[in-house]
Design a binder for this molecule. Structure first.
Ligand SMILES: *Cc1c(COP(=O)(O)O)cnc(C)c1O
Length: 371
């Protein structure tokens, strides 16, 4: 994958905003320990850049989806606790232990096999037991089996340590709390009275923000909120309490005036309705912009300018009121003058959830840490 540093299309990540959002999460959840979720290239924000901003901003650990993301962080020098949220094939147990990565486990066989595979005298493997309280994805679903796994860890499996336990909520960002409450009850049924490890974490962003009274948890796994995106789309909390983290920018590469009736872009589906200044920008769906962004208004010199015609892979056109010079910055997400485009604005226009939108941003968009 080529990172393109010689072009104006890029992503800026605000360290100050990340630090502010971590503080908001710490205060609202009373968390003693925050894992920032940086899976899938940090939701598209950039794995290493976001992790750097998070660690500087006060995150205590990092959570990823797969082992390779964890190893990439270790190789980049991150020495904080790292949790792999997904299940890792047991034949990678030694690698997990060598890199001191916390492995999520959902069955006893995995534990027994890992214990056999791990080198005696080598580093112990830290285990995070997943409990499925209703997400239906991964985790122990029976109290007996969970209880036996804990006994195995405490009494028999010398190469493993019982470091962590978790569950995940399916509806923490819903206004209706019925299913959430049911999951909390299931958590109590499955775990009350069992030995708890040092890290007990039940909360993603939404649970940590809105439901923390129902789940006193001193560890949280937060993604969305720290990325500056209100998890409920303002339905549960409407004030501006999170700082925007990501700016997506490009710049004018060519400016021309087209006569009335001229076609723009593939398919010749768009025609100008008057003599029109048109700017070409070096960014397209090959950078991860959705084609649904056609018609969306970006910002040039603090004024709105619509994307006209179909997005091409590497370029797109916008209509502007005046002959803006080549090099003029164009903002897709972020602020320009007194105008702001939030990730939610872009997301609503394209009808794509914010995390699904940002995750598409390609390596070709250079990520830069600012402030
Ligand atoms: C992705 C994920 C999170 C983070 O969720 P946000 O809603 O982005 O805060 C937490 N826990 C698990 C298990 C996840 O998969």
């Amino acid at each position: 994958m080529v990172v393109a540093t010689h072009r104006p299309s890029r992503i800026l990540i605000s360290k100050a905003a990340v630090a502010k959002n971590l503080k908001v999460m710490r205060e609202s959840s009373q968390a003693k320990f925050i894992f920032l979720t940086v899976k899938a290239n940090a939701y598209g924000f950039g794995l290493l850049e976001m992790s750097q901003a998070a660690v500087e901003g006060g995150a205590d650990g990092l959570a990823v989806a797969v082992l390779d993301e964890a190893i990439a962080l270790r190789k980049a020098g991150f020495c904080q606790p790292i949790l792999v949220l997904g299940l890792t094939p047991v034949d990678q147990a030694q690698l997990l232990a060598d890199y001191e990565i916390i492995a999520t486990v959902a069955d006893r066989d995995w534990l027994a096999t890992a214990n056999e595979l791990l080198r005696i005298g080598g580093p112990k493997l830290q285990v995070n037991l997943a409990v499925d309280t209703g997400m239906g994805r991964i985790g122990f679903r029976s109290r007996d089996e969970l209880s036996q796994a804990i006994t195995d860890l405490e009494e028999d499996l010398q190469q493993l340590t019982y470091q962590s336990i978790m569950t995940h909520f399916a509806t923490a960002d819903d206004v209706d709390t019925t299913y959430f409450t049911q999951q909390v009850a299931t958590w109590h049924e499955l775990t009350d009275g069992l030995t708890m490890p040092p890290l007990v974490h039940l909360a993603n962003s939404a649970a940590a923000l809105y439901r923390v009274d129902a789940i006193p948890t001193d560890v949280i796994r937060a993604g969305t909120s720290v990325y500056g995106v209100e998890p409920s789309a303002g339905e549960i909390r409407a004030d501006d309490y999170l700082a925007p983290v990501l700016t997506l920018q490009s710049a004018v590469a060519m400016i021309k005036q087209l006569p009335k009736g001229a076609s723009v872009s593939y398919g010749a589906t768009y025609q100008t309705t008057k003599d029109q200044w048109v700017a070409t920008l070096p960014i397209g769906y090959g950078d991860g912009l959705p084609r649904e962004a056609q018609g969306f208004e970006v910002l040039v010199n603090g004024k709105k300018a619509p994307i006209i015609g179909q997005l091409a892979m590497d370029q797109l056109m916008i209509a502007v009121d005046e002959p803006v010079p080549v090099g003029t910055p164009v903002t897709f997400i972020g602020t320009d003058g007194d105008q702001e485009i939030t990730i939610w604005d872009f997301s609503r226009y394209c009808q794509i959830d914010p995390w699904e939108l940002t995750i598409r941003f390609q390596a070709r968009l250079n990520r830069e840490l600012v402030d």
